[in-house]
Design a protein around this ligand. Sequence first.
Ligand code: SF4
Length: 398
Amino acid sequence: MVTCAGCSCLCTDIVVKDKVFNACRRGASIFRNAENNKAKPKVDGKEVDFDTALNKAIELISNSKNLAVYGLDTVPLEAQELAIKLAEKKEAFIDDNSSFCLGDFVEMILKKEIPTTTLDEVKKNAYVIFYWGTDPYNSLSRHLSLYTYYPRAGKRQRGYEEDRFLVVVDVRKSHTAKLAKKNARFIQVNNDLELIDGFISALDGKAGNYFKDVSRIISEMKRADFNVIFGGLGLKYGLNSDYSRFLEMVNKMNEISNVYFLPAGFHANMRGFNELMFEKTGFVNRYSFREGKASKDFEFKNLILNDEIDTALIIGTDPLNSLPFEVARKLSKIKKIVIDPKNTFTARTADVVLPSAITGYDQGGTMVRSDGVRIEVEPLKEGDVSDISILKRILEGI
Ligand code: SF4
């Protein structure tokens, strides 16, 4: 069995023979399409041998006055460590997708500002399960079946029919919300804070927003000693970076029962990057090794918009495809070195492309699941160039 690094579930039970077994559609397509659209070593758009591309990458990084290292959420911890060392050596900026994704939630967990748990404990114990601002049916396809609503395990042998209570909070009726039928509630919100206020009022014994739904959920929470809230991007953006009322609500909920929090829905090893950065710097992302601090200004997209960098080392991500047009337009004007297994949109416009391996397919290493559990990933086959070997050689060369 191999591990799929398609999302932060990091499923360890994937079987690849003539077909792919156990994976969701996204996971299966990673293994099925591993040999398609592969990146080739390139300098200025022309195919070259690998060492020529590597030497050009070393030259560009060495000559850079203001380097940013960006991406890293799909590569193992061992490669992330080397990238952080490289950023430190060059006094560069370093950032990953978590700065516009769920990094704030991981930071609250690492700072112990919110009680948390593991997915294995959720599977054995959780009764009320919130999915707040996230649609795991599409973004973490096996989350519900492996760990939350459907498993029969531990104290929850009667499964979702009687032993779990699902709460879906979203601005629209997502696919996950459509599952909320028996033992479930779907709450459609316009503003997350209104629902948070509703919970706080009800927990204070007062009638407030969404009273009917909120009072039913609170009485369900009291029936169990283990409830969990999975927060996604909808919650993060709904709170607009001010988490104080949300934390107050979780603390109040913990006065009536045990309520834990886990982030839901991000790249395979985003939490790994956040943990390494936190251990080294006390911050999870958006860091400048020259300034010795983190700042919103050091977020990759802001660095580009403010013309702060001359060169970007982009590892395992495709910002030209994912960042807003205005950022992408400016990014196309600076030097770019792309390390990626695939011929992405960004790779097609890069000054240097270094093809790397796919974690779980032709490179192994350590990844950190969304709940902080470390997973040793064994590759299906050994590839020629791993992210670890590329970054090691760059680090030695600069
Ligand atoms: S849920 Fe995520 S880790 Fe599991 S098979 Fe699907 S993409 Fe891969």
